[in-house]
Ligand binder design. Structure first.
Ligand code: PEP
Ligand code: MG
Length: 324
């Protein structure tokens, strides 16, 4: 099997009928890029920038961030790199920010909520990203967006920093796509309205599932409710993909679900454009996708979306995608 995968390392990812889908990787540091390229990644679909801020006692400087972002972009050449802005707070603490303890950290003051209030922190990261943009194919993504106002506000801060840099005579790419994570159900429900204003969506199923099912992603007692293939989740995902396509935008996924062998045929059926996963999942996923007909899977879409239970979905897709 390993040999079969290795042969596909330098090939692009195509379905049985020859349609391309993009397989990208999730990374946390510039050191992870080697692994992405060695496993045949076509891009970075999620660069979690939290690690730059963690395990130290002060905020990273603009220069430190510029170096990290530039390094990833240069190593990836012209392949796309989606950098997610700071997703801290909640369970991921930064001692030096001295955030108050909360009853429900996952529903609390984190990510874009914190960045919009502490725009001093946010602006430093955006400047570093904008300056690094000339070194590759950068896309910027905002985490934990709940409302259209939040997206607009984040985008306008980005535009302000870009204008300032240009005024200062700095080079900034004018090709940077700006998108958002869909990990709060509210945004999946009205994805159509968001799709008019974003350049892309990336579905964060790790959080989207816990918020939709009201089941903490870390709590063993309720893990039976953490159901990626639940029709409620699939209908939300479908809503996001349809909304993106109606506006000529692309929709990806960077939650764990994107690399899962049962989820992959379901997501192909729904028309997902980009799958971002851990680097080691890329070649197995490429091998699987090669054997699947997207057209055939798409013909099951309405039937899948109208199913009532996870169990039904799993039994159906296992049979259709030869997973039995
Ligand atoms: C997600 O929520 O699916 C996601 C990719 O983000 P994280 O796992 O970092 O919360
Ligand atoms: Mg998340």
């Amino acid at each position: 099997k390993k040999q079969e995968w290795a042969k596909l390392k330098d090939e692009s990812t195509i379905t049985a009928e020859g349609e391309h889908v993009e397989l990208a990787a999730n990374i946390g540091t510039p050191e992870d890029v080697d692994g992405v390229l060695n496993h045949g990644g076509e891009g970075v679909g999620l660069y979690r920038t939290e690690f730059l801020y963690m395990g130290k006692n002060q905020l990273p400087t603009e220069e430190e961030q510029y170096d990290a972002y530039s390094s990833v972009l240069k190593q990836m050449g012209n392949k796309p790199v989606v950098v997610r802005t700071l997703d801290i707070g909640g369970d991921k603490e930064l001692d030096y920010l001295e955030l108050p303890k909360e009853m429900n950290p996952f529903l609390g003051y984190r990510a874009i909520r914190l960045c919009l209030e502490r725009d001093d922190i946010f602006r430093v990261q955006l400047r570093a990203l904008l300056r690094a943009s000339i070194h590759g194919n950068l896309k910027i993504m905002f985490p934990m967006i709940a409302t259209l106002e939040e997206f607009r506000q984040a985008k306008s801060i980005l535009d302000e920093e870009k204008d300032k840099l240009v005024q200062e005579g700095q080079d900034v790419s004018d090709q940077i796509e700006v998108g958002m994570m869909v990990e709060i159900p509210a945004t999946a429900v009205i994805a159509r309205q968001f799709a008019k204003e974003v350049d892309f969506f990336s579905i964060g199923t790790n959080d989207l599932i816990q918020y939709t099912m009201a089941a903490d992603r870390m709590n063993e007692r309720v893990s039976y409710l953490y159901q990626p293939y639940n029709p409620a989740i699939l209908n939300l995902i479908n809503n996001v993909i349809e909304a993106a396509h109606a506006e000529g935008k692309w929709a990806g996924m960077c939650g764990e679900m994107a690399g899962d062998e049962i989820a992959i045929p379901l997501l192909l059926s729904l028309g997902l454009d980009e799958f971002s996963m851990s680097a080691t999942s890329i070649l197995p996923a490429r091998t699987q996708i090669k054997s699947l007909s997207k057209q055939e899977l798409a013909s099951y879409k309405d039937e899948i979306l109208s199913m009532g239970t996870t169990e039904e979905v799993v039994a159906f897709i296992k049979e259709k995608a030869n997973l039995i």
